[in-house]
Design a binder for this molecule. Structure first.
Ligand code: SF4
Length: 225
C-alpha cells in the first residue's frame, strides 16, 4: 500500500509560530501563570496538550490575574490589548504576521479618514480584532448583497478576513467598486487554506482515500469534486 503525505500537511506558518512560542514559554515559565487569551488555535488536542503544560486558555480578561498572557494567532483589538496591559501582566504577542499586516492597513487608512469595509465573518475572532483597528470607522459584510445596504461613504478601504475564499472576495469587491469607484481594495487573503484545498483535490484524483488529521476528528473522504 502506498502512503503519501500531503506537502501542505501540518499547521500553517502563523499557527506553527504561535504554538512554538507558547511551547517555549511553557518550558521556561517556572512558577509563573501562563494564559492564552482565547484558544491559541482551533484544535482541541493542541489546547489540551498546552493545558497539560500549564497554559490556561481564558475567554475573559477578568480571568487573568498575574503572569504571562499570550495573544492568539488571530490577534485582538487594541482596546483589549490595553485592558490586558492594565492588569500589569507580561504580554507576548503571537498574532500571525499576516493578520498583523491587515491590522496595519486598517489602522493606517482609518487614520486617513477612510471607512474600512471588512469582508468576513462578523463572529470570527480575527474579524473582531480587525474591527478594533478601524477607530469606529469599520463595517463588516459577508455577501455581495450586503453592499446595497451600505451608506454612500466618501472614502472606502476594503480588506478581507485572511481565510476568505478568493473567488467570493473578487465578486464582493466587484460589487463594492461599482458602488464606490474610488475604493482602495487590498487582497489580504492568506493562501494557506487555498493551497491545502487545492492539494487535497489533486490528491483525491490520485489516491483511493484521504485521511485528514485535524481538530478532534479524522475522516476518510471519497469522491471529492
Ligand atoms: S493568516 Fe494564514 S498563516 Fe496566518 S494564521 Fe491565518 S491561515 Fe495561518
Amino acid at each position: 500500500m502506498g502512503i503519501k503525505l500531503a506537502e501542505t500537511a501540518g499547521f500553517c506558518m502563523g499557527v506553527k509560530r504561535a504554538v512554538d512560542m507558547v511551547l517555549e514559554i511553557a518550558r521556561n515559565k517556572g512558577d509563573k501563570k501562563v494564559y492564552t487569551y482565547g484558544p491559541i488555535i482551533h484544535n482541541p488536542q493542541t489546547i489540551e496538550l498546552l493545558r497539560k503544560r500549564g497554559v490556561v486558555p481564558v475567554d475573559s480578561i477578568d480571568e487573568i490575574q498575574d503572569g504571562i498572557v499570550i495573544i492568539r494567532a488571530h490577534g485582538i483589538s487594541p482596546l483589549e490589548k490595553k485592558k490586558i496591559r492594565e492588569k500589569g501582566v507580561k504580554i507576548v504577542d503571537a498574532t500571525c504576521p499576516r493578520v498583523a499586516s491587515v491590522q496595519a492597513i486598517i489602522r493606517k487608512h482609518a487614520a486617513l479618514g477612510y471607512t474600512i469595509i471588512i469582508v468576513g465573518d462578523k463572529e470570527h475572532p480575527e474579524v473582531a480584532s480587525l474591527l478594533g483597528y478601524s477607530s469606529d470607522g469599520g463595517t463588516v459584510i459577508n455577501d455581495k448583497e450586503d453592499v446595497n445596504d451600505l451608506p454612500l461613504y466618501d472614502k472606502v478601504c476594503v480588506v478581507a478576513q485572511t481565510t476568505q475564499d478568493s473567488v467570493r472576495y473578487k465578486e464582493i469587491t466587484k460589487e463594492i467598486t461599482q458602488k464606490f469607484p474610488e475604493a482602495i481594495i487590498f487582497n489580504t487573503i492568506c493562501d494557506s487554506t487555498e493551497k491545502r484545498q487545492a492539494e487535497i483535490k489533486d490528491l483525491a484524483s490520485e489516491m483511493d482515500g484521504i485521511i485528514i488529521v485535524g481538530g478532534g476528528t479524522a475522516r476518510i473522504h471519497r469522491d471529492l469534486p
